[in-house]
Design a protein around this ligand. Sequence first.
Ligand code: ZN
Length: 677
Amino acid sequence: MTRRLSLSVRLLAITGVLLCACRRGGEAPASSAAPPAAPSILLVTLDTTRADAIGPEARGIETPAFDALARRGLRFRQAYATVPETLPSHSSMMTGLYPAGHGLHENGRFLAPAVPVVAERLRDAGYRTAAFVSSFALARRFGLARGFEVYDDEPEAGRAERSAHETTARALAELRAKAQRPLFLWVHYYDPHAPYAPPAPFAARYAKAPYLGEVAAMDEQLGILVAEFERSAGPAAVLVVGDHGEGLGEHGESRHGDLLYQGTMHVPLLLAGPGVAAGVVEIPVSTRHVFHTILDFAGFGATDSLRQPQAEVVLGEAMKPFLEYGWQPQVMAVEGRIKAIQAGRMEAYDVVADPGETRDLARSSEPPRPLRTALRDYPAPAPAAAGAPPALDEEARRKLASLGYVGGGAAPVLRKDAPRPADMTRLFDVLERASDLFVREEYARAIPLLEQIRAQDPYNLDAVLRLATAHSALGHEARAEQAFASAAEIAPGSPDVRAYRALHDARGKDWAQAAPRLEQVIAESPERVPALEALARIRERQGRPGDAADLWQRVYALRPATAAESVRLGELAMSAGRTPLAIESFERARAAQGTAFTHDLELGVLYLDARRLTEARDALDRVPASHPAYAMALFKRAQASVLLRESDQAERIAAARRRADAVTRPLIERERLFAGR
Ligand SMILES: [Zn+2]
């Protein structure tokens, strides 16, 4: 009875916890001094690291740094990620919540500002806070930077990840910047993520197991980081935890994110530091308690801390196949040594005796009731709530794709025939390759793969919409029409189908007729960037620069504008007579382009129009004599000179007259500022 009560309280907490955590977060500033003797805290998250690939029990690999920490710390033999994907898993560690609480079930989404994060609590309590992350999957834009005074998420230009070696060097530089306050430092290593290419000497040492070579190389950096942290920070708490593992072919999964088996859900976890006796914990725990443990180390109280681990039903989910392809939602629950998975049907394994999950106990007997109840009550994301695709720009999509993460464009549809992801493993690889090619706009190569997916999974809305879009982009009118028709059959009334259909129409010869459809799509989902972009282009073609400028402004509020796009917006605003917007847009482009900026003449004209005379003068002075409209620049510069009462205004007017062309000659003749000179 007690157990069931505490379970239902916990399940309530999954959904209700947001409210109470908010309240606690609201109280934090009141206790703005750091608790007495608050130790510095180091959190190291190991991406894509299997529990059996690191530590004293790992086989085929040596990880001396992790082992040394394990000898003096508390090591958890059954720690579980909440989601086998980077961003949602880290979001659980930073918030203490399961995905239903923090709202992120996939990469490429955004952690809502209302959800309290541990870094804010520590910063408000007087901690210095710094984070160094190694993958674009955790970039600032996804919301985990909140509360960190330093958030270093920048690999070299054009790359989506960086090595543990590079990240460690940057974190150590931060450590050397001594401060009186205790430090909360989060370092995220990404090396074991595919592709597996360990550096020397690990490449040679692990030539037959490059994945393990990556883990070993990362372990070396972990040792350097921990030693330096403890040397400079004094008595310190250290937490090391995996965000998820890697399938390595088990159960048909080579990477992670699509299934819930041990290879990807069972992760390394250990604590060391003040008040932590060396030992090994056998009971299953969730990595979401990293949040509570950090608060405990910082002196906020021991509730749910892993320093005193409590037995509970540990939960996890893998919703990507549901959200992307409409397959069965997948949830798991672990208690003691039994793990149950609900995905279309129930499976159960004794993960201690059978870590490979080869003997499904649910075939002969029902899993224990607490597990069944937990799985039944687990709040799966509602398709409606999953909503419109995130406002990612193409660059962000390409970066996520290069890491093997590609969010689909369509909201999930509840399918009557929804297959079990475990039965669809033959499609994992082709889905990933098709997504990658689609995002790179290599449509001709994506189409055969999308056809292959459709043949084996005919009700996969995302694949069918992508197929339709690929044909549309290549001008295959009839095949695009046919694919749109099957999409409409799969999901009648789906706003996604309407949106993609309208985008298709906007590409064709009857593009003007797409406008009302796009307007309707935007009215339904105001943040649908591709629809806003398509309508803006139509308004440009219709000669409505003001309307186009309004739409582009909405787009750039959702994603950053490139320099070329800022120039284009400046030109549109200029032809719509919207001087302040035009100035702002050109200046943004100038800041981004530096000496490559070629619109100083436009800026000078706009500043003159706005009577911002010194800025007009400076802009016109930057126009090179080689500019095709240099005569205009001289004319405008002479106007500015007169208005500014410069001493050389007569010479400026003379120069404008001397170099006048067919356009400026009549303007100069009529210019009253020049009269009588
Ligand atoms: Zn990850």
